[in-house]
Design a protein. Structure first.
Length: 279
């Protein structure tokens, strides 16, 4: 399992890294349209008195990854507590069998769930999740819709560090990523054809799908790194256990041999003494 995770982690890192520039440039484009236009688009407008919040929880499909899934589930529980304190109803959306099992065991209702590709998420799956979340966001709360959307996932920092993280996806909250933009990195001026509203209609669904896919790729890299580390620790622990049990076995075996030799010598001495007495 350690070798399998090690062979997959490089590709997962490359996919997460390759998705970064696209996500950043799409974020810049959406930010420019939202900043330099006066269009009140449903996906960029704060709703008054939000009452329902969707939470997309991204976990793994399989175990043997240490505390990876439990850490992100705990982060999701902290977010849920904050939302409840704000008097908001939580609508869970789950990606990954570990999160699904956690909610099923506690008999919690789930709006929608997906599983099967946590270690290699596709853009098609991210688009499917994005469509479900956007549909819920655009629907009135009286009909089961939500007023805001949050994502709980694990951000890949390095092979040794993976951090559970939370972002608010909708209403639009522009996130540039780990690196802060430079002072000269100002937003470009755009001319919108045919209109800013039409541009937003086309860009925002792609933006949401891109952000979800980027979070899923980060989570996949984090899952494989956690699994490699956990399996290495398990292998080392097993080796230590083997060595300790081998020493104990050898000690017991040596004691048994010594005992047998002592009994043989004692018996031989007793027999010799008996023969000498009879003479």
């Amino acid at each position: 399992m350690e070798l399998i995770a090690a062979s997959r982690i490089v590709k997962a890192q490359q996919r997460a890294k390759a998705a970064g520039p696209y996500a950043r440039e799409l974020t810049r484009a959406v930010s420019a349209v939202a900043t330099f236009s006066n269009v009140d688009h449903p996906l960029t407008t704060e709703k008054p008195n939000p009452k329902r919040a969707a939470v997309l929880l991204i976990t793994s499909d399989r175990g043997q990854a240490g505390a990876y899934s439990s850490s992100v589930i705990r982060e999701g529980e902290r977010l849920n507590q904050l939302l409840r304190e704000s008097e908001k109803e939580i609508v869970p959306f789950l990606s990954g069998r570990k999160g699904i099992a956690y909610y099923t065991f506690r008999q919690r209702e789930v709006a929608q769930s997906w599983s099967g590709d946590s270690d290699a998420p596709s853009f098609a799956r991210a688009r499917e999740i994005a469509d479900a979340l956007i549909e819920a966001f655009l629907k009135p709360t009286e009909e089961g819709g939500v007023d805001e959307i949050h994502i709980v996932f694990t951000r890949f920092v390095s092979m040794l560090t993976q951090k559970p993280d939370v972002i608010r996806l909708l209403p639009l909250e522009v996130v540039e990523g780990e690196e802060a933009p430079a002072a000269e990195d100002v937003l470009p001026l755009y001319e919108f054809e045919p209109s800013a509203e039409d541009v937003l209609d086309g860009l925002l669904p792609k933006y949401v799908a891109s952000r979800i896919h980027f979070c899923m790729l980060q989570a996949a890299a984090s899952e494989l790194a956690s699994r490699q580390r956990a399996m290495k620790s398990a292998t080392d622990n097993a080796q230590d256990l083997i060595e300790r049990l081998t020493r104990e076995y050898n000690q017991v075996r040596q004691s048994a041999i010594t005992q047998e030799i002592s009994e043989i010598v004692g018996g031989a001495n007793a027999l010799a003494d008996a023969n000498a007495g009879s003479e």
